[in-house]
Write a protein that binds this ligand. Structure first.
Ligand code: ZN
Length: 352
């Protein structure tokens, strides 16, 4: 059965397959209190729907007792089957208002989405044949986000009751602008969505129409998590884990190193696609390149905001090159992993 009890007596993980990397998504089903509730929905594929039905039948639950569907963010592997779950049960679907806006922008009008994304890729130097691959990938994914749910917006900082316990809704922008985590102080438990993942780095990407500096948001959101007493993290990919602050420290270090590398790759000047190719290596699928490209743009945006890089439009495309500052003042979270001033100077030094 695709369902396993992860925290007795009533927190179950429903592990659904994905047709891309990572190869699965964890949704959570919580019993206890009034009815049962769900955190994240998975992709809307025949496999996901079959697994959900098996889980519900296996636990002896009734669809009409599903009281709430919380979606951590608008990405297809979390939001895709929310409409299907809602059709089965009539349950409300809850997201942050920023998450709802992102879902509408991404999945509300495909024609507009494709046109905006194509123009955006072109501006950043993506070759036509690769833009075609990106579009084909988007189209394939769009079929797995159906039907659209009716979403009720909730506020960050509010409390919700799940399985007889109280959870605080945490706004954790970065991986997506409208990303939420659910935190139970009493159980010292965090449902982290894609904000904290144990085995892979959360992809922090810049997408058209999205946040202008997602990496900065992400590092700030991570910092807020460090202040919470958490014993166990239940992530959307991978296995449950403890000691999140150790993990966060590793992440900060990872991003510092990447910022240093991107600073070096942008010198003496290049467009985002050229930097992405230098950064990503070979043998990636179109889907993977698309995410590395978004990630590269997030680093470039961070460095541009810090004036370590600057960008200019040349012959219809955007180019990045060294900016006014040879180094910048790290914000408080990045200091956790050491001094970025020094890292950036070293990065430049390699090129000099
Ligand atoms: Zn995900």
């Amino acid at each position: 059965m695709p369902v396993e009890l992860v925290i007795p007596p009533g927190i179950f993980r429903v592990r659904l397959p994905l047709p891309f990397t990572p190869d699965h998504v964890n949704c959570y089903l919580l019993t206890g209190g009034q009815g049962w509730k769900v955190i994240d929905a998975g992709l809307s594929t025949s496999d996901s729907c079959r697994y959900w039905k098996q889980a519900v039948r296996g636990l002896g639950l009734e669809w009409q007792e599903l009281r709430a569907i919380y979606v951590t963010h608008y990405h297809p592997d979390h939001y895709g089957a929310a409409g299907w779950l809602q059709r089965q049960s009539g349950a409300p679907v809850y997201m942050l208002s920023e998450g709802l806006e992102e879902a509408n922008r991404a999945w509300g009008n495909y024609e507009e989405l494709f046109a905006n994304y194509g123009a955006f890729c072109y501006l950043h130097g993506i070759p036509d044949r690769l833009i075609d691959r990106f579009m084909a990938n988007l189209e394939r994914i769009a079929y797995m986000v159906y039907p659209q749910p009716l979403v009720t917006a909730i506020d960050g900082g509010g409390e919700v009751k799940i399985g007889g316990l109280s959870y605080r809704v945490l706004r954790t922008p970065g991986h997506a602008g409208g990303h939420l985590c659910l935190y139970c102080e009493q159980a010292r438990l965090l449902f982290s969505g894609d904000h904290l993942l144990p085995a892979i780095n959360s992809n922090i990407g810049l997408w058209p129409g999205g946040e202008s500096n997602p990496l900065d948001s992400y590092l700030r959101s991570l910092r807020e998590i460090t202040a919470l007493p958490i014993e166990q993290v239940l992530p959307a990919h991978g296995n449950p884990f403890g000691h999140p602050n150790r993990w966060i420290e590793t992440q900060v270090k990872h991003h510092r190193e990447r910022l240093r590398l991107i600073t070096r790759l942008a010198d003496p000047g290049a467009n985002a696609y050229q930097i992405c190719r230098r950064f990503s290596g070979r043998n990636l699928t179109g889907h993977e390149i698309q995410f590395v490209f978004a990630e590269t743009l997030a680093y470039l945006a961070y460095l541009e905001q810090a004036q370590v890089l600057e960008s200019a439009r040349e012959k219809g495309a955007i180019f990045f090159r060294p900016g006014k500052k040879r180094y910048y003042r790290p914000n408080a979270i990045i200091k956790m992993g050491g001094d970025l001033d020094e890292s950036c100077q070293k990065g430049r030094g390699v090129n000099a």
